[in-house]
Design a binder for this molecule. Sequence first.
Ligand SMILES: Nc1ncnc2c1ncn2[C@@H]1O[C@H](COP(=O)(O)OP(=O)(O)OP(=O)(O)O)[C@@H](O)[C@H]1O
Ligand SMILES: [Mg+2]
Length: 341
Amino acid sequence: MIHITNLSKVFKSRQGTITALKDINLHVSKGAVYGIIGLSGAGKSTLIRCLNMLERPTEGEIILDGQNMTTLSGKDLRRARQNIGMIFQHFNLLESRTVSGNIAFPLEIAEWSKEEIDERVKELLPLVGLEDKASAYPAQLSGGQKQRVGIARALATKPAVLLCDEATSALDPQTTVSILGLLKEINEKLDLTIVIITHEMKVIKEICTDVAVIDQSQIIEQGSVESVFIHPQSSIAKEFISSVLPNDLPAQLLRELALHPHAEIVKIHFLGSTASEPVITDLIKQCGVTVNILYGSIDYLRSTMFGTLTLELQGSPDSLADAYEYLHKRNLKVEVIRNGI
Ligand SMILES: Nc1ncnc2c1ncn2[C@@H]1O[C@H](COP(=O)(O)OP(=O)(O)OP(=O)(O)O)[C@@H](O)[C@H]1O
Ligand SMILES: [Mg+2]
């Protein structure tokens, strides 16, 4: 759906030259929710603004829904932009227009007839849960409701792609969850491709199917959310992940473990269906080890179960070797926290 090839963006000013994007290559499949995460100043906004040519790339190519965006201008670019919705951190609503008036705005620009506009607005209000707010003004709405108007407005022209620039950063945690839930619902219901940029890993964890990590103008890591969460490569990715999935054992447990220096301690990572399969029963029955559960956590990546279990294993050297072989065969990621010899 979106192919970004060798994209670079250099800002030149009297103060000097800033390379905001350096040789970016990304492919976003149709129906994906693609998250781009990075620290402040990494180049996220510049990247997303290049997708709809709000920012002209210095080099490279962007093919979006079959169209080469970099070659378009004038009327053709305006038409292509109707295929791309965008929502913003601070909503950017027109204060003097009602909710309906805001949603209608892009359709007026696209020269839809009044009847078509009224019909489309009537469809969109329930989609974003704002049927009862049609005549309200932005000043009368909460942040979450404002973002719902922003989403309806972005979807008005039935775009194939929705771009979200820090769409939940101005919202409280509970409202963030409801807006992310709405985006996920729209993604599934309309098969809409979504690109989200964020500095919050919880956004990636809640709704993204794929993720790219951008650092100092470059993509340093990318892949499915599951693969990046299970096998993060860069230290930045590891740090982002630990903000939502704490990796450390509780201090109390560490103190207790210090009293048993010869215990064999392993941490097993589960993903998807393997999370609910009877690994522990198998370890005991098939491998003949005794298993003591020390610590565990279960969470979801979008809708895939993801968890860790920290176990103490006891048994003869042979049965322990069997246990490791079994875990290996099951394709589980196993971290030996302490080798109990
Ligand atoms: N119009 C511009 N002119 C000059 N420099 C710019 C311009 N826009 C962005 N930059 C610079 O490009 C770099 C990347 O900025 P960008 O806004 O893309 O970062 P970001 O990842 O979105 O950061 P944040 O999380 O703070 O929003 C920064 O060094 C910024 O100062
Ligand atoms: Mg930004």
